[in-house]
Design a protein around this ligand. Structure first.
Ligand code: BDR
Ligand code: CA
Length: 304
């Protein structure tokens, strides 16, 4: 029997975060140890509420939600309501009756990583504020995970906030830089990789999965298209990142050292390769059919 994989998801839900979370909940032999929240796409309060609502609605109320950073290291999060909608989820969700656990995100992550050394896969889907704080407060603990998979950066690809910067890195470049420079091996799933997997409006509309997780994912996806008639494709940023954690062979990757621009101005949040053979494996080639096969198995969503 395949042993249980334990996953902590650090997230700012968020439409694509929500789909990634649903993938993990649907995956057999995966225990979602907890969701740690961070401001980003929406405020920390709204993102935490969304995490609780998703879990309760899908019958996963036992999964702890732990509240993290409401502000980045410098400045404020920019929030992305234009993309993710007013609440961050493009489908109305019942107000959650469950509450977050009392333990703050950094202590939650440190505690679980110490409790299960080399067993926890950490998947970071938002600004890296919580992970940077974890590293600063508990040096060495990040290396106790089984794997670290991060969605962020635009390495050799145009950004989505500025010509050079991707949203998660742009939101807290100081944290992103600190995390990438820890020397802990990690996989970075950047915009260039994520743009290789997307679904059209027509294919999203045709998704009618019977199971509760797949149905919710399809409704969130369809809601995103309904928000703007000009939208013709949804790119699977956080879902690809979750897929890489579940099945690393979905991507090929190049090991490099990377730095993130923290100087105010046009280079803010830019990801720059500074050397070959380093601890950060940047995903390059994506096996799109393999990603879509996994997405279909987990949530019944068919891409083409
Ligand atoms: C990233 O930014 C957010 O809008 C998405 O949730 C994803 O994590 C893509 O740049
Ligand atoms: Ca996200």
């Amino acid at each position: 029997m395949t042993p249980v994989r334990r996953i902590i998801i650090d997230t700012d839900p968020g439409v694509d975060d929500a789909i990634a979370i649903l993938m993990a909940l649907a995956a057999p032999q995966v225990e979602v140890v907890g969701l740690t929240t961070v401001g980003g796409n929406v405020s920390l309060a709204q993102g935490t509420r969304n995490a609780l609502a998703l879990l309760e609605f899908t019958g996963a109320s036992q999964v702890p939600v732990s509240r993290g950073a409401s502000r980045p290291r410098r400045g404020k999060y920019l929030y992305s309501h234009e993309f993710h909608g007013k609440t961050g989820l493009t489908r109305r969700m019942p107000a959650p009756s469950i509450r977050e656990c009392g333990e703050p995100a950094v202590e939650f992550m440190a505690g679980r990583l110490e409790q299960h050394p080399r067993e926890i896969d950490l998947v970071a889907l938002g600004p890296l504020t919580n992970l940077a704080r974890l590293h600063r407060r508990y040096p060495g603990v990040l290396a106790k995970g089984r794997s670290v998979t991060v969605m962020g950066g635009a390495v050799g690809a145009p950004g989505n906030v500025t010509p050079h910067a991707e949203f998660n890195f742009y939101s807290d470049p100081v944290a992103a830089r600190e995390v990438l420079e820890t020397g802990v091996p990690m996989t970075l799933v950047d915009l260039g990789a994520c743009r290789q997997v997307w679904i059209s409006r027509e294919d999203a509309a045709a998704s009618h999965e019977e199971g509760p997780l797949g149905r919710l994912a399809a409704e969130i996806l369809q809601g995103w298209f309904e928000q703007d008639p000009r939208r013709d494709r949804f790119e699977f940023y956080d879902p690809l990142t979750m897929a890489v954690c579940l099945d690393p062979d979905i991507v090929g990757s190049q090991p490099v050292t990377l730095e993130v621009g923290t100087e105010q101005g046009s280079r803010w949040g830019e990801s720059r390769v500074t050397g070959e053979g380093g601890p950060v494996s940047v995903a390059d080639e994506v096996d799109a059919p393999r990603f879509f096969a996994l997405l279909e198995t987990l949530l019944g969503i068919k891409g083409s």
